[in-house]
Design a protein around this ligand. Structure first.
Ligand code: FCB
Length: 478
């Protein structure tokens, strides 16, 4: 493998240099990259079941093989070294290490994460595991899944055991990834596993995901008080389509469910009153027991921010207002008789159709700093997906991705200059991989993967990102 770092000479000073110790990373998740689905005692997860259900994933794709990281992790660590990454965010597959979601750990599965973390440490790359990136053991879903309170306790037990096993070498831990997606795409819109369409259950799932986070933090904190613990949430910048009362209220609702419903309990120990009122008819209060909010509001050391886009929201139904799938669709009990829709904000989009707005990242970061108790922030995901093919030279000139990441890093730098305690940036993703319901059709990697041969080819963005890391920042724009 040729090094992505062009020369050993001293790089020119970055005009926009990031603080010393800033983590330069890339992120992945177990089901999206590992493969090895039936190996070494791994149990089935809800994503194995969901991806096998006809019509759920584009092209009928599954994560059975994915990018075979389970067998190729050493090569992938070498790629990370070539990039100069200082940190790598990955997730631990719960069904690989605890196949039925209970009982002692599966040693063979655990050994994979021992080898992976040892390999990273040998390469001087800090391991950043996430304990739950959506692959719930199927047995736990069979028992009711995240809408059941017991799942939070099962998660805490799994977290505790993994932490006992790897805590000697790993000091950075993220509990849950994007509880909004796990709860609402999984249990309300049904676009993600387990594919249920039960809005009341989705709310309970959200509460139990956060309860599981709090219980896991308590267990890990008790064992290693010096470890740095947190969760990763997906946050959006949200704008009303106009100044009309209906649009402003729709934006409040979406911001409430998407952002504040998670940030408030995690960082303030309370649910936002307006959201509780919005969902009152769904009986949400009944699942919140005395003491739960104090558990969820455990002190954390860091919050992971996954940022991709801005939503422009309307409360006025029209032909162009797309009533995005439940939980916000017009016929969803989430919003009662109110219409909530999403409109074109007039910005360029990525290959996912997601509007590109780096200003939204700055807005999200400065809002967190202004409105919530102080906590170190990390961008734990940010990136752009496209339908890409290797060109005649056998590479990918992904200038769009470079422009996307460059713009978001500049916005991050601005946020730091504005006093935001942003400590690191992990781009999504290191490798092309299984993009959930989109299957393998959308590519987010810095590194292209040929799914037939598993050959990895760094894209232009990989070389560019290696240069940014080497420089410790960005040159001023020409
Ligand atoms: C996030 C997920 C991640 C990836 C990106 C594109 O919502 O956390 O796994 O699919 O979107």
């Amino acid at each position: 493998m040729t090094s992505l770092q062009h020369s050993s000479s001293t790089p020119p000073a970055a005009a926009r240099s990031f603080p010393a110790g800033f983590r330069w990373g890339a992120a992945t998740a177990a089901y999206q990259i590992e493969g090895g689905a039936a190996e070494d005692g791994r149990g089935p997860s809800i994503w194995d079941t969901f991806s096998r259900t006809p019509g759920k994933v584009l092209g009928g794709d599954t994560g059975d093989v994915a990018v075979d990281h389970y067998h190729r992790f050493r090569d992938d660590i070498a790629l990370m070294s070539d990039l100069g990454l200082t940190a790598y965010r990955f997730s631990i597959s719960w069904p690989r290490v605890q196949p039925t979601g209970g009982g002692p750990l599966n040693q063979a599965g655990l050994d994979f994460y021992r080898r992976l973390t040892d390999g990273l440490l040998e390469a001087g790359i800090e391991p950043w595991p996430t304990l739950y990136h959506w692959d719930l053991p199927q047995s736990l879903e069979d028992a009711g899944g995240w809408p059941e309170r017991d799942t939070a306790y099962r998660f805490a037990d799994y977290a505790d055991q993994i932490h006992a096993a790897l805590g000697d070498r790993v000091g950075q831990w993220m509990t849950v990834n994007e509880p909004w997606c796990a709860a609402f795409l999984g249990y309300a819109s049904g676009e993600h596993a387990p594919g249920r369409r039960e809005p009341a259950a989705a709310l309970r799932a959200a509460h139990h995901l956060m309860l599981g986070h709090g219980l896991a933090v308590q267990a890990m904190r008790a064992r290693h008080p010096e470890h740095r613990l947190g969760a990763a949430v997906n946050l959006y910048a949200i704008t009303p389509a106009s100044g009309s009362d209906a649009d402003v209220d729709a934006a409040r609702r979406v911001d409430g469910m998407q952002n504040r419903f998670f940030l408030d309990p995690l960082l303030r120990g309370s649910y936002p009153a307006d959201v509780l009122a919005d969902v009152a008819q769904l009986g949400f209060d009944e699942c919140v027991q005395d003491g739960d909010l104090a558990i969820i509001n455990q002190p954390i050391d860091q919050l992971g921010v996954n940022y991709y886009s801005r939503f422009t929201v309307t409360g006025e139904a029209s032909e162009t207002a797309q009533a995005v799938s439940s939980p916000f669709s017009s016929d969803s009990p989430w919003v009662g008789s109110e219409f909530v829709g999403f409109v074109d904000g007039g910005r360029p989009v990525t290959g996912m159709g997601w509007e590109i707005d780096e200003g939204g990242l700055h807005e999200v970061l400065t809002r967190l700093h202004r409105d919530y108790p102080p906590v170190d922030l990390y961008i734990t995901e940010n990136g752009a997906g496209y339908d890409e093919v290797l060109n005649g030279e056998g590479t990918v000139h992904d200038g769009d991705r470079i422009a996307y990441i460059d713009a978001h890093l500049r916005a991050s730098h601005d946020a730091i200059a504005d006093g935001v305690p942003l400590r690191g940036y992990f781009t999504w993703s290191l490798l092309d991989n299984f993009e959930w319901s989109w299957g393998y059709s959308k590519r987010f990697g810095l590194v292209h993967v040929d799914y037939a041969t598993q050959r990895r080819v760094p894209k232009d963005s990989a070389r560019w990102y290696a240069g940014v890391i080497r420089l410790g920042g960005l040159p001023e724009r020409a």
